[in-house]
Ligand binder design. Structure first.
Ligand code: G3P
Length: 219
């Protein structure tokens, strides 16, 4: 089964703006198992950097249901594709949007084969949004984001319920919040998810490359 790890660079100082390229450079030549996909989710301010790193995979952290035109401060799927961005997160806990924004974005994204990962903070929300056809639902309980307790140890039953409810719409699940290490990745797979959405455990690590390498190493 293919596994996915999305590394959300958020807007941490070490991974954004002037420091984004040097942060990403750490992962060039990284040894990645063939069944594992690693994706870096870039802050909007850094999306143009993607073209300079053709060997890495990039998603945006957010997406809008707009076309090219009079859309101040927003950007389209077309412009992301022009920049070499392969997909996007949507409805992250730190960037929640109304259901109509999600439905309109997914309608357009599906017509363009542009993958969108919709974040959800409960099993009910996960099932509701899975019916709209995202690439993944990413289940993240907001209270655990950025902390030291992993969703995989704090919410195993809810992860299983999210996986079951999203399976009704044939949508796989990622889990995030407090994910730090290989045990969290393993546990997420055991619970039926396909991988993780992680930020601080990698971005704020003293050795981000070692932390990511160890996170995805399934023995
Ligand atoms: O998008 C990932 C995120 O919200 C989880 O953050 O720092 O708990 O890995 P963190």
């Amino acid at each position: 089964m293919n596994k996915t790890a999305i590394i959300n660079l958020k807007h941490y100082q070490v991974s954004s703006g002037n420091r984004c390229e040097s942060f990403l450079s750490k992962f060039i030549g990284m040894d990645t198992p063939s069944d594992t996909r690693i994706i870096f989710a870039l802050n909007p301010i850094d999306l143009r950097i993607a073209k300079g790193f053709p060997e890495l995979n990039f998603y945006a952290q957010h997406i809008y249901p707009v076309d090219f035109g009079a859309s101040t401060g927003q950007y389209s799927i077309e412009s992301l594709m022009d920049l070499g961005i392969g997909g996007s997160l949507l409805n992250h806990s730190e960037m929640r949007v109304p259901e109509s924004h999600i439905a309109d974005t997914l309608d357009k994204a599906k017509s363009m084969d542009f993958p969108v990962v919709v974040c959800a903070d409960s099993s009910g929300e996960a099932e509701k949004y899975s019916a709209l056809g995202p690439e993944y639902i990413a289940y993240e309980p907001p209270e655990l984001i950025g902390g030291n307790v992993s969703v995989t140890s704090a919410k195993p039953e809810i992860i299983q319920s999210v996986v079951e409810r999203c399976a009704r719409n044939s949508v796989p699940v990622l889990v995030g919040a407090g994910v730090k290490n290989n045990n969290d990745m393993k546990k997420s797979l055991e619970l039926g998810a396909r991988g993780v959405l992680v930020a601080s455990g990698i971005v704020l690590s003293n050795d981000p490359l070692a932390s990511l390498t160890s996170l995805i190493e399934i023995l």
